[in-house]
Design a protein around this ligand. Structure first.
Ligand code: PEP
Ligand code: MN
Length: 349
């Protein structure tokens, strides 16, 4: 529930609303804004009797949030959330952000080459898993801490910001030390211990949709992050499980406008996992931007045929460069622009 205050409401009147909410046994979340101050009420598992709050002076109106998720809903916050990262990069405004890199961090040579190639093509963030959630225990599991250190080195050399996955609660804190954005992978979308830890990690979170999760479930998982105080959340559509083996997943393009309608949080698209096929990645990346995605995350490997994971869906660097050129045109056609690459870091020594 949201208690919207009159624009001339005093601090004392706002505080009285906060105290009354506590008195009723719920938690208050005051939200001062340019247009209005509202006080959110959370902690209820059903409809709250608003009579006592409506009667307080300075209260303009009471809005009942009809969705099961609260703080992530558009009812709670009509304006889009813009997640601001280092170097002025922002996700959720008119810029379309391009994140690219290999599925896994495999070696210094592979990662640094990938970073330079995607940066030269125009990406502004580098992806790459150091901790890999693999279906088989015999598949490459990632370089762990060494992988995080290589990502940090790549950022230093190229200026690209880093997004990488944490697979367990302890890993969340470790990833937060090295990355600009903590990724929560599809398999962990409903790992509530990971979500709670990421909600307190002090870094933005990229939350991927689970392979069998509804959009309501995705938004309730995002609610865990906001409920812990982390409002810098970026959602990611990466395909859901279907019945047709023609593609690895069914890339749910509709999720993009649906999510935009239901929440103020930004959403990006991952057509690499969404399709699992290199030749499908480019058409779906184009479509995602046209559908209104705030960014794309694409797997790119300097030598996909040698990749230790997801080689079949990894673009060759030249393909990625051509995708970026097309993406800029599509973004422009709908009144957006591709986020410019971050400036190269100053040479040291
Ligand atoms: C990834 O992006 O590295 C990944 C493992 O994707 P997902 O969690 O969507 O399967
Ligand atoms: Mn992958």
């Amino acid at each position: 529930m949201l208690i919207v205050m009159r624009h001339d409401a005093s601090e004392v009147e706002i505080q009285r609303v906060v105290d009354t909410i506590a008195d009723l046994g719920y938690q208050a979340r005051p939200m001062p804004g340019a247009q209005r101050t509202a006080v959110g009420l959370v902690g209820n598992d059903g409809r709250v009797d608003a009579a006592r709050l409506a009667a307080l002076s300075g209260v303009k109106e009471i809005i009942h949030v009809t969705q099961p998720y609260k703080q992530v809903s558009r009812e709670w916050r009509p304006d889009p959330t813009v997640v601001r990262l280092a170097g002025g990069l922002a996700i959720g405004n008119t810029d379309v952000v391009v994140i690219a890199g290999p599925c896994s961090v495999e070696s210094e040579r592979q990662l640094i080459e990938a970073a330079h190639r995607v940066r030269d093509a125009g990406a502004s963030m580098l992806r790459g898993g150091a901790f890999k959630p693999r279906t088989s225990p015999y598949s490459f599991q990632g370089l762990g801490l060494d992988g995080l250190k290589l990502l940090a080195q790549a950022r230093e050399e190229t200026g690209l910001l880093i997004v990488t996955e944490a697979v367990d609660p302890e890993g969340v804190d470790l990833v937060a030390e090295y990355a600009d954005v903590i990724q929560i992978g599809a398999r962990n979308m409903q790992n509530f211990s990971v979500l709670k830890r990421a909600g307190r990690a002090g870094k933005p979170v990229l939350l991927k949709r689970g392979p069998a999760a509804t959009i309501t479930e995705l938004l309730l998982s995002a609610e865990y992050l906001l409920a812990e105080g982390n409002h810098d959340v970026i959602l990611c559509e990466r395909g859901i499980r279907g019945f047709d083996s023609a593609t690895r997943n069914v890339f749910d393009l509709t999720a993009i406008p649906v999510v935009k309608e239901l929440t103020h949080l930004p959403i990006i698209a991952d057509p690499s996992h969404g399709t699992g096929r290199r030749d499908m990645v480019i058409p779906m990346a184009r479509a995602a931007i046209a559908a209104g995605a705030d960014g794309i995350m694409v797997e790119v490997h300097p030598h996909p045929e040698r990749a230790l994971s997801d080689g079949a869906q990894s673009l060759y660097p030249e393909q990625f460069a051509s995708l970026i050129r097309e993406a800029a045109v599509i973004a422009h056609a709908i009144g957006r622009t591709l986020a410019p690459p971050l400036p190269l870091p100053a040479r040291r020594g």
